[in-house]
Design a protein around this ligand. Structure first.
Ligand code: NOJ
Length: 752
């Protein structure tokens, strides 16, 4: 009896919520648009409504001109398609929008595309950009991507990807901001702000899409599309905050994910989509499924056929069907049979149409189709300059023994007259773009050879040799490469992954250097010449031999259109590297998942050798090769004088901490100062440390600055066992560091 009353109560509540959310959806529009929306809805047949929930891909290459639109064109004409993906360019989008204008109600199409790290100008992969810890630069890069995409008729990007990722075997780590929740949430919001600019309706704004909702990054074994099983506490504390930050920043859309979460596929997950996203967070936009994910619930064994998949998706709050085609085939019957309430369809349609109104598409369906604007925006030289700047900010200096870097061409002592540029990525253009980039027939990509050659004075010779392919067993090129290295005063060795080695469906069991690249590195090292390694990759790799032996290493991810120039800027000291790792780099795949903010155990190891009945490995060290937050500079920074405004605080107070940061070297440089906190004793076990703030600052040689951080209740809070967001009275440790493992200042305080 009690259960039945409860169920009834829940049902009534959910209908009240639905009505309330319908009213709120309308509240976003102007009065006249609201009237138009109502009028439109009243005219729409069930089939036309379902059409708005249907998204198709183009029949053709996203990049090429439209050759044939086939049956999809007819469906668009009949009002059976609400959105198309993988269409770009004013010419192509105009053709399809014109067809939509032939439909009975003339409802414009939405064009979506994966503009993940640039549209025409390619920026560093998102993981690389995250290494810049520069929120302004990250927002700026998304702003430019949006401006370019919008000029090419695109209304909607399937980005940002905000999945927290602690497993570098998962190839999609390249798309996100790494392992940390706090940093990830800040970057997520910056990207949404960048994409949506002044707001939907500006002709240089695209709708953002926070993806993949949710917990996709926690796939078991780092295997793409795999299951996720985690506590709700972990979900809310670690995986959801970047999504919440997107919702708060006004992201127009969300995309759900391929994985199941605790047994329920995300696409059919009412808890995630209705309860958390549209309920608790009051999200007013719409949710698109991931590609085919509604239909994939059959393979999951969660739905026996397409009809059940359509029903479960709709009931769970998936508004738009990307390429499963189950809505278009099954929803009408489900409504007629009373298995899906009409109110749910209306709500989904309203959510989608509201965005079309907000984008101004009902006023002018062709407002993103101006070829003149497209030409001007895509060839704006300022975009290249910004791409170069963010690319160099994304580079992480991992090692620099004997001040091998920067290469000083003016130094009389070093007298560098010949440089050998060796390695399979030295001349590559395409790989510089990285996965999820859009290639253009006239795209100008600066290779490392080009960037370095342009930078060299006439009296310095550049010798170039591939040495080997990226992923091939042949060592036939070694001799030439060795001979060149021997002739050189210094070697730049460019190695790593090809663009298709990290990304969707690119999970790896081994994350080592592919092919014979490590052997090439050993052969070049054998010449005795100083070597600067450029490591190009979409994920943290394991490269112990290189890390232990080579004197200088720059981790350059995939830096985009301006890769070669950005790398030359850092190599020759025109830019002092300032990047810090947004993910932990393991020594061995056996350590994965390895992340800095692990929970305190009852038997913590005191170090790599402390393995006796400790939480450690007896056959390998516990510590990472390079920790989260790590990255060197050509200068050094000193931290001193930590002061707390008080040793105690209450929930309503803010504690201020200050300290001095000094540039103790001879070069101007930027440091990312990181604030970590540890809740020493909690009602649930807490992490050993958690990033809770950071600042990136530029200091001239010898300059000192006073840095201040505020600590408030929010920074001390976590989800307790009852899933309440609380700050518990007690002792906290605060740590100021140059990385998560390089803590320079420490103190304690108490929350009363
Ligand atoms: C599948 C991917 O998971 C998603 O991130 C992407 O946006 C869609 N395909 C569309 O390309």
């Amino acid at each position: 009896m009690y259960m039945r009353t409860l169920q009834l109560f829940k049902l009534v509540l959910s209908f009240l919520l639905l009505i309330a959310s319908n009213l709120m959806l309308m509240a976003q529009l102007s009065v006249s648009d609201q009237q138009k929306l109502d009028e439109l809805m009243s005219k729409m047949t069930l089939e036309e409504k379902i059409g708005q929930l249907n998204q198709y891909t183009g029949d053709y290459e996203a990049t090429g001109p439209i050759k044939q639109v086939g049956d999809k064109a007819e469906e668009i004409r009949q009002g059976k398609v609400g959105s198309m993906l993988n269409i770009k360019g004013t010419e192509n989008t105009r053709i399809l929008q014109e067809i939509a204008m032939q439909s009975r109600l003339k409802i414009p199409l939405l064009f979506g595309l994966d503009v993940v790290h640039g549209y025409y100008t390619t920026f560093p992969i998102p993981l690389g950009e995250a290494a810049s810890w520069d929120l302004e630069a990250i927002e700026h890069s998304a702003r430019i991507a949006a401006t370019e995409a919008a000029s090419g008729g695109v209304h909607w990007t399937f980005a940002p990807m905000v999945d927290i990722a602690r497993d570098p075997r998962w190839g999609r780590v390249m798309e996100g901001a790494g392992e940390d929740t706090w940093l990830g949430a800040k970057i997520a919001a910056a990207r949404v702000r960048g994409f949506q600019g002044k707001g939907l309706g500006s002709t240089d704004a695209v709708m953002a899409c926070a993806k993949h909702f949710a917990a996709y990054g926690a796939a078991v074994g780092g295997r793409d599309y795999n299951s996720v099983d985690m506590s709700e506490r972990m979900l809310r504390e670690t995986y959801l905050p970047p999504f919440k930050a997107c919702a708060e920043a006004g992201a127009a859309t969300f995309m759900n994910s391929f994985n199941d979460l605790n047994g329920i596929p995300a696409t059919g997950n009412a808890f995630l989509q209705r309860e958390v996203l549209k309920g608790e967070w009051n999200f007013q936009g719409f949710v698109v499924s991931d590609w085919g994910s509604m239909g994939e619930m059959i393979a999951h064994g969660y739905c026996k056929d397409e009809k059940e998949a359509a029903m479960k998706s709709m009931i769970a709050g998936s508004d738009m069907d990307m390429e499963s085609r189950v809505y278009t085939r099954e929803l009408a019957n489900l409504v007629k049979e009373g298995k899906v309430p009409m109110a749910l369809i209306d709500e989904a349609v309203k959510r989608i149409l509201t965005k079309k109104f907000e984008m101004g598409l009902f006023d002018d369906p062709f407002r993103f189709c101006d070829p003149e604007r497209e030409k001007a925006v895509l060839h704006d030289a300022a975009n290249r300059a910004t791409a170069r700047d963010i690319a160099r900010k994304s580079i992480v200096l991992l090692k620099n023994d004997n001040q091998t870097l920067p290469i000083d061409l003016k130094s009389k002592d070093k007298n560098i007259k010949t440089i050998a540029l060796i390695g399979p990525l030295a001349q590559s253009e395409n790989d510089m773009l990285g996965f999820w980039s859009i290639s253009w027939p006239d795209g100008d990509i600066v290779s490392q050879e080009e960037g370095i050659r342009t930078r060299l004075p006439e009296d310095v010779t550049l010798l170039v040799s591939k040495g080997c392919e990226i992923n091939d067993k042949s060592k036939a090129g070694f001799d030439e490469a060795i001979a060149m290295a021997k002739k050189a005063d210094i070697v730049i060795l460019s190695i790593g992954e090809a663009l298709d080695m990290s990304g969707e469906a690119k999970s790896k069991g081994h994350i080592r250097l592919p092919g014979v690249q490590e052997e090439l590195a050993q052969a070049i090292y054998g010449t005795g010449k100083p070597v600067v390694v450029i490591l190009n990759a979409g994920r943290p790799l394991v490269f112990n031999w290189v890390a232990d032996n080579m004197p200088a290493i720059l981790y350059t991810w995939w830096l985009g259109s301006e890769a070669g120039n950005a790398i030359a800027d850092v190599v020759f000291g025109d830019y002092n590297p300032s990047g810090k790792l947004p993910m932990t780099f393991p020594r061995d795949e056996g350590q994965i998942p390895l992340y800095y903010n692990y929970f305190s155990t009852g038997r913590p190891a005191g170090g790599d050798n402390d393995t006796q009945y400790r939480s450690a490995y007896i056959d390998m060290p516990l510590s990472p090769k390079f920790p989260f937050g790590y990255g060197l500079s050509y200068t050094t920074f000193e931290y001193s004088g930590l002061k707390l405004s008080s040793k105690t605080m209450t929930e309503n107070e803010t504690l201020q901490i200050t300290f001095q940061l000094k540039n103790a070297g001879n070069l101007a440089g930027e440091e990312v100062v990181q604030l970590y906190l540890k809740d020493c004793f909690g009602s649930v076990v807490r992490p050993v440390k958690e990033l809770k703030d950071f600042q990136k600052l530029m200091l001239q040689p010898g300059e000192s600055k006073t840095i201040a951080f505020d600590i408030d209740k929010e920074k001390l809070s976590f989800y307790n066992n009852d899933l309440k967001w609380v700050a518990e009275p007690g002792e906290f440790e605060l740590m100021i560091g140059s990385s998560s493992a390089d803590i320079r200042l420490k103190d304690k305080f108490e929350l009363k």
